[in-house]
Design a protein around this ligand. Structure first.
Ligand SMILES: NC(=O)c1ccc[n+]([C@@H]2O[C@H](COP(=O)([O-])OP(=O)(O)OC[C@H]3O[C@@H](n4cnc5c(N)ncnc54)[C@H](OP(=O)(O)O)[C@@H]3O)[C@@H](O)[C@H]2O)c1
Length: 320
């Protein structure tokens, strides 16, 4: 019985070392950074569990004894899109380490825009000592799209910082201190109150291309920051990069922070790189850290082998 770390674009080594530390008796196999597995037929037959990030579909299809597929990311769009995906349970990562990293990123970017980070940086370059009008956090409404594990924690963190926080999800939610909207019917009301829009949505057929020009035009325009701000740390496929660039250029957005893009890595020729009111980060809002997350997976495998239920199962029909 073996565990296979099947990753493309990531080093498998840190995952393998951590898994071996936590479960010394287990056999752990790995792919190269190109996702290719160099093992033989017996190795493939031994694999019961796969830890995956952008795995190669032909590799998954060749694992005839696979029992559980673990996504090393919270988002599973890269796995659900694979042709011939084996019919086994798909588990996604939910872990306090990942959640804390995301709330930290969201708080960092909300505060950057709220405390006028770009304006202060410009003044510093010009050697100008000038006090800017600073609204209180309570005057600013942060609207979070996606009130799942990550959205809910970020909402609570922002509430603690004093922001007015509202949220939008597919189904109705009750979160203390957070007015919540849901479904297509609730979207316009939600957007109309939002000064800083934060997306923590998964990529599904329903959310693909959702954050476009018409959606951005519905954000509150007369708020205390002088215009709306967008922060997307969910998935790039949920946004239309060109519409965001146009909105930043003509002032429909006064600022944005994007950790995710339609095309990743963001091509060097993208016009987004040169927009002065945009923060670009390379999909690092909440990285999957082997040290913290491998334990979660080993614990799940141990529970599964004793007949216990798997946690954080993905519903393939829903897409997240
Ligand atoms: N940038 C990074 O480094 C990074 C790291 C980790 C994760 N992520 C992204 O963050 C996403 C969210 O993670 P999570 O753990 O919070 O996921 P989650 O617990 O599954 O939550 C997803 C949320 O999105 C809502 N949602 C889904 N489809 C919707 C729709 N069509 N309309 C309105 N709301 C919809 C869900 O509504 P319901 O609650 O009603 O179901 C839920 O509240 C992941 O899918 C991943 O893409 C990014």
């Amino acid at each position: 019985m073996a565990i296979l770390v099947a990753v493309t674009g990531w080093e498998a080594g840190p995952w393998v070392r951590r898994l071996k530390e936590l479960a010394p008796g287990r056999r752990v196999l790995e792919t190269g950074i190109d996702g290719v597995f160099a093992g033989n037929r017996d190795d493939l037959e031994a694999v019961r569990y796969v830890l995956a990030w952008k795995p190669r579909p032909e590799l998954l299809a060749s694992l005839i004894n696979l029992q559980v597929l673990f996504s090393l990311g919270a988002g599973v769009d890269n796995i659900l899109a694979l042709p011939g995906l084996p019919d086994v349970p798909l588990v996604r990562i939910v872990d306090p380490d990942l959640t804390a990293r995301m709330s930290e990123y969201v708080a960092w970017q909300v505060l950057h825009h709220h405390r006028q980070g770009f304006a202060h940086a410009r003044l510093q370059v010009e050697r100008r000592w000038q006090e800017l009008r600073q609204p209180a956090a309570g005057e600013v409404t942060v609207g979070i799209m996606g009130l799942g594990v990550l959205g809910r924690d970020a909402a609570e963190a922002l509430c603690r910082l004093g922001f007015r926080v509202i949220g939008w999800s597919r189904t109705e939610k009750v979160i203390e201190g957070v007015a919540s909207y849901h479904g297509k019917a609730g979207l316009e009301d939600f957007l109309g109150q939002t000064d800083i829009l934060v997306s923590l949505l998964p990529l599904t057929p329903e959310t693909a291309g959702l954050i476009d020009g018409p959606l951005l035009a519905k954000l509150r325009r007369d708020g205390p920051l002088g215009g709306p701000v967008l922060i997307n740390a969910g998935r790039g496929g949920s946004q239309v990069d060109a519409d965001i660039a146009a909105a930043l250029a003509d002032g429909r957005l006064i600022g944005a922070s994007l950790d995710v893009f339609q095309d990743e890595p963001l091509p060097a020729g993208s016009p987004l790189w040169s927009l002065p009111n945009l923060v670009i980060t390379p999909h690092i809002a909440a990285v999957s850290a082997p040290r913290a997350l491998a334990r979660n997976i080993i614990d799940q495998i141990t529970a599964f082998e004793s007949g216990g239920p798997l946690q954080n199962l993905v519903d393939p029909a829903r897409g997240y």
